[in-house]
Design a protein around this ligand. Structure first.
Ligand SMILES: *[C@@H]1O[C@H](CO)[C@@H](O)[C@H](O)[C@H]1NC(C)=O
Ligand SMILES: *[C@@H]1O[C@H](CO)[C@@H](O)[C@H](O)[C@H]1NC(C)=O
Ligand SMILES: *[C@@H]1O[C@H](CO)[C@@H](O)[C@H](O)[C@H]1NC(C)=O
Ligand SMILES: *[C@@H]1O[C@H](CO)[C@@H](O)[C@H](O)[C@H]1NC(C)=O
Ligand SMILES: *[C@@H]1O[C@H](CO)[C@@H](O)[C@H](O)[C@H]1NC(C)=O
Ligand SMILES: *[C@@H]1O[C@H](CO)[C@@H](O)[C@H](O)[C@H]1NC(C)=O
Length: 310
């Protein structure tokens, strides 16, 4: 991984202390109005390249890391609500060599940038959580949905928080580090490409997620696999579905390219009932533009096979 374990421990501790200091500072000395705190955010993210193409739709860019966490199928079966099947044949069709008895859970650690519709832009925000793709929510043994039951999300961002809660998502208002970007380089890391990201719920001890990733040569998972599951209609309580269409071919992706990374994810977030650490997980670090169609009947997606086939 190109980074010593002691460094890794140090860095997780460091970013945690940084967050505590920040909270102390904010509470004690200042009371910064939310709108100012949010507008102080100045991001290094690529601008939204699709806003003018789809002015009447919600669009934006997502920058960050998407990683695959192999968990046992037995655990996935315990975590995913029992009324929904798991489309093992669907992920095996894409990943024939995925280990037997295992299931690909997903971590997304993202910064949403220049999110807008009808010319109205909302402030940037961050979000992260563990998601469960290839879920048979219509019980048709065919259409893959992604179950995203919980999220840590930028505190005070009422629009984003409410937007997630309206899906029935268990939403934790959180402080992110870095607060206005997708990730930040770890100073003095053995591999200069090493980056971190961390989120801690404002409600102390309720939830947290942090990542540490370094570039690596190759991934066992092809890009097509990431394209497939990131574009599955997503739900939380199952009452409505979110159709996020992520593009991998706009300047948001091509300007910086797609980096294969490997690293560590630590998460304390439902539906896991205890903190977990996963090491040696593979992911992609990239920017993507998106169009998002919200609060649709999930039934609309029976047989859905990507945006182009609609
Ligand atoms: C993603 O965020 C990183 C860290 O801020 C930045 O260096 C990079 O340019 C961003 N990439 C895109 C495509 O926005
Ligand atoms: C944009 O929004 C319209 C109306 O909701 C929808 O019919 C259309 O499919 C959306 N476009 C894309 C690319 O999703
Ligand atoms: C996603 O993968 C499944 C195979 O498991 C395939 O049937 C489907 O067409 C793919 N969808 C897209 C949009 O690539
Ligand atoms: C679901 O579809 C797969 C692939 O077509 C098939 O192998 C499997 O038997 C089906 N399962 C059920 C319960 O029908
Ligand atoms: C990084 O290296 C510089 C110069 O070698 C040193 O001053 C600094 O304390 C180091 N920072 C960390 C976080 O180790
Ligand atoms: C980019 O990808 C989208 C769907 O993923 C496709 O509809 C569009 O034609 C592609 N654009 C280019 C320029 O290839």
């Amino acid at each position: 991984m190109g980074i010593k374990h002691s460094n890794l421990q140090y860095y997780f501790a460091f970013s945690f202390v940084g967050l505590l200091a920040l909270r102390y500072f904010n509470n004690t000395y200042f009371s910064i109005p939310n709108y100012i705190a949010l507008s102080l955010c100045s991001s290094h993210d690529h601008p939204n390249p699709v806003a003018s193409l789809y002015p009447m739709n919600a669009t934006g860019t997502l920058n960050g890391t998407v990683a695959i966490i192999p968990i046992s199928l037995a655990l996935a079966r315990q975590l995913i609500p029992p009324q929904y099947g798991i489309l093992e044949h669907a992920y095996r069709a894409l990943l024939p060599s995925f280990p037997q008895g295992m299931y690909p859970a997903v971590v997304q650690a993202l910064h949403d940038h220049e999110v807008q519709a009808f010319g109205y832009k909302i402030p940037d925000f961050s979000r992260t959580g563990v998601e469960f793709p290839f879920v048979d929510m219509l019980n048709d043994n065919q259409t893959s949905f992604k179950w995203a039951p919980s999220l840590l999300m930028t505190s005070n961002h009422d629009i984003a928080l409410k937007g997630a809660m309206d899906y029935g998502t268990t939403t934790f208002a959180a402080k992110f580090e870095p607060s206005c970007d997708a990730y930040r380089h770890v100073p003095n890391a053995t591999d200069p490409g090493t980056t971190f990201f961390s989120a801690i719920s404002s409600d102390p001890g309720a939830a947290s997620l942090s990542t540490l990733f370094s570039p690596t040569e190759e991934s066992p998972f092809p890009l097509s696999f990431f394209q497939n599951f990131t574009n599955q209609p997503t739900f939380a309580d199952g009452k409505t579905c979110d159709n996020m269409i992520r593009f991998f071919n706009t300047s948001a992706t091509t300007s910086r390219g797609i980096e294969v990374v490997k690293g560590t994810v630590r998460a304390h977030i439902p539906p896991f009932d205890a903190p977990h650490e996963w090491k040696g997980v593979y992911g992609l670090r990239m920017g993507t533009a998106f169009v998002e169609n919200n609060y649709l009947p999930c039934e609309n997606f029976r047989g859905y096979d990507g945006w182009e086939s609609r």
